[in-house]
Design a protein around this ligand. Structure first.
Ligand code: KDG
Ligand code: MG
Length: 402
């Protein structure tokens, strides 16, 4: 069997997605997500101009060899654009392998290690009263875990709190918009939110919070300590992770578990945090960390060091990535949680998929391969629209520099 074609499909059914579709001489096709929020066209060009010509004529069964060929063949290793492009190829090849074998991909990864994949939803609202309603809505839908974000009194907007409730999208303008940030106001407010939520919903619901990389290590340590009475499942991205030593300092001060990794793209980005047990959940995902092949390596390393998976699953990761993530999640020994931000009906229509939600769990599709596809005719009706993620300034006008 040979690869005869690989199409790069860019579509915007409410937000931008890039998808790679690989076609074999036997007519078997496979799909891979290649979406990098705010930098979609960079990956589309990387694939079209540099990767697709190298794929034609290759044996689609040689997944591992193709991964190494693309990783080493670039010379310029790692980085989000390269690793997202490699991820798309890798994911599409796993899809093809599953279809050829007549098995869902999770069976090729060792079969089920659990009955369902526990997911968390996003409750976000401008005020604490409103966010209580949002949390109640998720509980009503059957969720066992909820991430909670609110507006901060005194700040006009807060990253992570959208205008829509169920379909949040942070990429809000063609060039990055600017918001104002105050660490003091934030640190004073967040513990009051979780005090109310625990009071209202009791001890059983798993609660999570995303700091979105906005603190210094000592500030994060203080936040973690102040949240200890509310027993969070995790505090996410407390500091920017470029300086990994910072996590040692946080760890010395708080028992609030830490989740990191949605912006990581290789095992090398996670190595210190995992091997020194500075984190509890690793949030790397299929689309941004080199596909199923490389993410499984990261999760295996994590398993050796008591770190669980907690893959990123925001709306900028397409249903193709979500399906691939579920095949991994259900099969690995050290699964923790899977983020699940629902896509809009327009996106779901462009990406027909067979995964299902019930009782707080997602289940991977049972059909051969990944169990997800792209409707190319429908996708063509939604042309690309430039959209970027915002940045923060402090109240004195300076750029928030970490
Ligand atoms: O593209 C960026 C978003 O996916 C990200 O900001 C969402 O932090 C996020 C999360 O945890 O889902
Ligand atoms: Mg996050």
């Amino acid at each position: 069997m040979k690869i005869v074609e690989a199409r790069v499909i860019v579509t915007c059914p409410g937000r931008n997605f890039v998808t790679l579709k690989i076609v074999t001489d036997d007519g078997v096709t496979g799909v891979g997500d290649a979406t990098l929020n705010g930098r979609e066209l960079a990956v589309a060009s990387y694939l079209r101009d540099h990767v697709v010509p190298a794929l034609i004529g290759r044996d689609p069964a040689r997944i591992s060899d193709t991964w190494e060929y693309l990783y080493r063949g670039a010379y310029w290793r790692r980085g989000p654009v390269t690793m997202t492009a490699i991820a798309a190829v890798d994911t599409a090849l796993w899809d093809i392998k599953g279809k050829v074998a007549g098995l869902p991909v999770y069976q090729l990864l060792g079969g089920r290690a659990r009955d369902g994949v526990t997911v968390y939803g996003h409750a976000n609202a401008p005020t604490v009263d409103e966010v209580l309603t949002e949390v109640a809505r998720y509980v009503e839908l059957g969720y066992r875990a909820v991430r909670v974000q609110t507006g901060i009194p005194g700040l006009e907007t807060t990253y992570g709190v959208g205008k829509d409730r169920m379909f949040y999208e942070p990429a809000d303008s063609a060039v990055p918009s600017e918001a104002v940030w105050s660490t003091e106001r934030y640190l004073a407010h967040v513990p009051t939110v979780f005090a109310r939520i625990r009071q209202e919903f009791g001890p059983d619901l798993k609660l999570l919070h995303d700091v979105h990389h906005r603190l210094t290590p000592i500030e994060a340590a203080r936040l973690g300590k102040s949240l200890e009475p509310y027993a969070l499942t995790w505090m996410e991205d407390p500091v920017p992770a470029e300086l990994q030593e910072g996590f040692r300092l946080i760890r010395q001060h708080t028992t609030t578990p830490i989740a990191v990794g949605e912006v990581f793209n290789s095992i090398w980005d996670c190595q210190t945090l995992i091997t020194e047990q500075l984190i509890d959940y690793i949030r790397t995902t299929v689309v941004h960390a080199g596909g199923i092949t490389h993410l499984r390596r990261i999760f295996d390393l994590a398993a050796l060091h008591h770190v669980r998976s907690g893959s990123h699953g925001a709306t900028d990761l397409s249903p193709v990535c979500m399906a691939a993530a579920l095949h991994l999640d259900i099969s690995i020994p050290n699964f923790g949680l899977q983020e699940y931000m629902r896509h809009t009906p327009e996106t779901d229509a462009v990406f027909p998929h067979g995964y299902t939600f019930a009782d707080g769990y997602l289940l991977p599709p049972e059909e051969p391969g990944l169990g997800v596809d792209i409707d190319e005719e429908l996708a063509a009706q939604y042309p690309y629209r430039p959209a970027s993620l915002p940045v923060n300034r402090l109240e004195d006008g300076s750029m928030h520099n970490w």
